[in-house]
Ligand binder design. Structure first.
Ligand code: FES
Ligand SMILES: [Fe+2]
Length: 400
């Protein structure tokens, strides 16, 4: 396969594509529970336009948006007990997408029996609504600590990124960018703002370990011992493209990337915050926006999430890898691309990719992931996200 073909394979996610097939081996979040009202919600995921709703019975539905009769949107439909009904001529669909009523036809009409639209299973976990767009039977929805671990209060913000998913996920296989984008560049911005600089640190070495659920990346800062948790343990990017990172005060953040299509990606910045002893659990999992540009249309340059989104978006809508000049420090990115292609090959051979959970590990009590409890650098002085003071999120130190 040529380089160009390889990158086309890695970035195209629609139905029938190899990467789209790979992505369909994982439960994908399609919305935050807190975003759902009593009306259907349009969602676009892996190149499909769908409608998400909570039926009156309490079960969630996710079906093709376009009504197969004469194409009205089911986003304008009526939610019923275990169904959604098109507002135009009343065709009614169950949660599997089977048409069960065509009321304008004669009562003995068999038309409905041959009308079926896409209908996907949906499960709530951790305040996110996860959909299974792959072949059935669906595997278990992996219960990671950030979603179900005890003793956390949870919240999230969402960024709608007009670019391909891969360049977003690749950011996390690139530990060196922390030293430049988040330290050197931050200091460049802070100096312009007349603010004091952060302390620079330098990588002595980085390394990567493949494991069942993803790739762990480890870094050793110059001046730290090889006993440092960042070198001994590290933290993972889990399949297909989610970063899971711990902050020293125990805040756990998952950055979940869900392709809407080849040129648009949703990032869920999902936080599990340790609940102080004696405090009752907070109700629900609130959701907010995490924009990459300010009210003047300029990229946010002085917060960590904004800096990452700035560089991801300026790489192009679908970064053209034929223009790259890779060095030794890009080893993690190269490894990630290679392993993704290997996963696609596994599927072509009729095997399942790594990280698909079909046994009890998906249910009890959560799937542990390697992650540091302590890191050797503080981003104090720069915010985590617009309006989110780093100090409030991770009072002492942070990793990425
Ligand atoms: S367009 Fe939906 S029922 Fe006619
Ligand atoms: Fe970053």
């Amino acid at each position: 396969m040529s380089e160009t073909d390889r990158y086309a394979v890695l970035t195209r996610v629609g139905p029938g594509t190899p990467m789209g097939g790979y992505m369909r081996h994982f439960w994908q979040p399609v919305a935050a529970l807190a975003e759902l009202t009593d009306e259907p919600k349009r969602v676009r995921v892996l190149g499909e336009d769908l409608v998400l709703f909570k039926s009156r019975s309490g079960a969630f539905g996710l079906v093709q948006e376009r009504c197969p009769h004469r194409s009205a949107s089911l986003a304008c439909g009526m939610i019923e007990d275990k169904h959604i009904r098109c507002s135009y001529h009343g065709w009614k669909f169950d949660l599997e997408g089977q048409c069960v009523e065509t009321p304008a036809e004669r009562p003995d009409s068999k038309l409905k029996e041959r009308v079926k639209i896409s209908g996907y299973p949906v499960q709530e976990c951790g305040g996110l609504l996860w959909a299974w767009l792959g072949k059935k039977p669906a595997p278990l929805l992996p219960r990671f600590e950030y979603l179900v671990g005890e003793g956390f209060d949870r919240d999230m913000t969402i960024s709608a990124m007009p670019c391909n998913w891969l360049q977003i996920a690749e950011n996390n296989m690139d530990p060196h960018h922390v030293e430049y984008l988040h330290l050197m560049y931050t200091n460049y911005v802070l100096e312009k703002q007349g603010r004091p600089p952060m302390q620079m640190r330098h990588h002595a070495k980085v390394d990567y370990d493949l494991f069942e659920h993803g790739i762990v990346k480890r870094r050793l800062w110059e001046g730290d011992s090889e006993d440092s948790e960042e070198w001994r343990i590290g933290h993972p990017v889990i399949w297909p493209g989610t970063l899971v990172v711990t902050y020293p005060n125990g805040v756990l953040q998952a950055q979940i990337r869900v392709p809407q299509d080849d040129t648009n990606t949703i990032i869920y910045w999902y936080n599990a915050r340790p609940r102080p002893a004696g405090q009752p659990p907070k109700h629900g999992v609130p959701v907010g926006d995490n924009p990459f540009k300010d009210e003047n249309g300029k990229f946010y340059r002085d917060n960590l999430n904004g800096q990452d989104m700035m560089v991801m978006l300026t790489q192009g809508v679908i970064a053209d890898r034929s223009l790259e000049t890779l060095g030794e420090s890009d080893r993690g990115v190269v490894l990630y691309r290679r392993v993704l292609l290997e996963q696609i090959d596994r599927i072509a051979r009729g095997e399942e990719p790594m990280g698909v959970v079909r046994d009890e590990a998906g249910n009890t009590p959560f799937i542990p992931l390697p992650r540091e409890s302590h890191v050797g650098y503080s981003f104090e002085g720069v915010d985590a996200a617009p309006g989110e003071k780093w100090a409030e999120m991770a009072p002492k130190e942070a990793a990425e």
